[in-house]
Design a protein around this ligand. Structure first.
Ligand code: CTP
Ligand code: MG
Length: 226
């Protein structure tokens, strides 16, 4: 099966506060460039980068650097106002011969190739969708205002990461049918009635969201340059 990876990079990075997040530097390379280096290790048949309006050229430059000889696999499109709208724009740019689609946050820029491999393997086994998850470490409380009113059983919780992979037809149909905003692609596909498999995530697939996350990512890159 031919796998496409949609890398959503069109967010504004409000919480980080350093401009469009995918274009912030980790070292001499941007967050997007680091994300793409790992995406290309998964041997995709197409890579769709969803860029903020006006930054398509910068995205293409990063993509061509990361792609090397595989620059023909790169497609850049313009994103939308929400992550879901940006994914939808990526889906519209998929080539006709793509069978499986991974949707990945550029902000999870240090996600190791093994995570991509596990998601792709689940799709090859015939699952409709697969999501990398990590166990929840903290004790989770139910609160009402400033009162603790209960505890949530941690064993039934998991934190979802990306890349999230889906059969192409299922993802396309689910996006076409979606009328609400969902928190992630797996929620949208589950809502359309499909079963999604959980595979092992990785701590390095954390999302750069806050300045503290950016410092963490920069520290990891400095310790093990890629
Ligand atoms: N994203 C996108 N289009 C949007 C919003 C988000 O492509 N309209 C992408 C981001 O670029 C990011 C991923 O979705 O790679 C996860 O989103 P998030 O971490 O929330 O990034 P931002 O929306 O940019 O950050 P913030 O919410 O702090 O503004
Ligand atoms: Mg956001």
């Amino acid at each position: 099966p031919r796998v496409a990876v949609i890398v959503v990079a069109a967010g504004s990075g409000t919480r980080l506060g350093a401009g469009p997040k995918a274009f912030v530097g980790l070292d001499e390379h941007t967050i997007l460039r680091h994300a793409l280096a790992r995406v290309f290790e998964a041997a995709p048949a197409q890579v769709v980068i969803v860029a903020p309006s006006g930054l398509e050229g910068s995205a293409l430059t990063d993509a061509i650097e990361a792609a090397g000889e595989r620059r023909d696999l790169v497609t850049v499109v313009t994103g939308g106002d929400s992550r879901q709208a940006s994914v939808a724009a990526g889906i519209r740019a998929l080539w006709a011969d793509v069978d499986h689609v991974l949707v990945h946050d550029a902000a999870r820029c240090l996600t190791p190739p093994e995570v991509f491999d596990r998601v792709i393997a689940a799709l090859e086994l015939g699952h409709a969708g697969a999501v990398p998850v990590l166990p929840v470490i903290d004790t989770i409380k139910r609160v009402e205002g400033d009162l603790i009113v209960g505890v949530v059983d941690r064993s039934e919780l998991a934190a979802a990461q990306t890349p999230q992979g889906f059969r192409r037809d299922i993802l396309e149909t689910a996006y076409r049918a979606a009328t609400a905003e969902f928190t992630d692609d797996a929620a949208l596909v589950s809502d359309a009635g499909h079963t999604v498999l959980a595979v092992a995530g990785d701590a390095r697939a954390f999302k750069v969201t806050t300045p503290a996350d950016l410092e963490r990512a920069r520290g990891l890159v400095a310790a093990a340059p890629v």
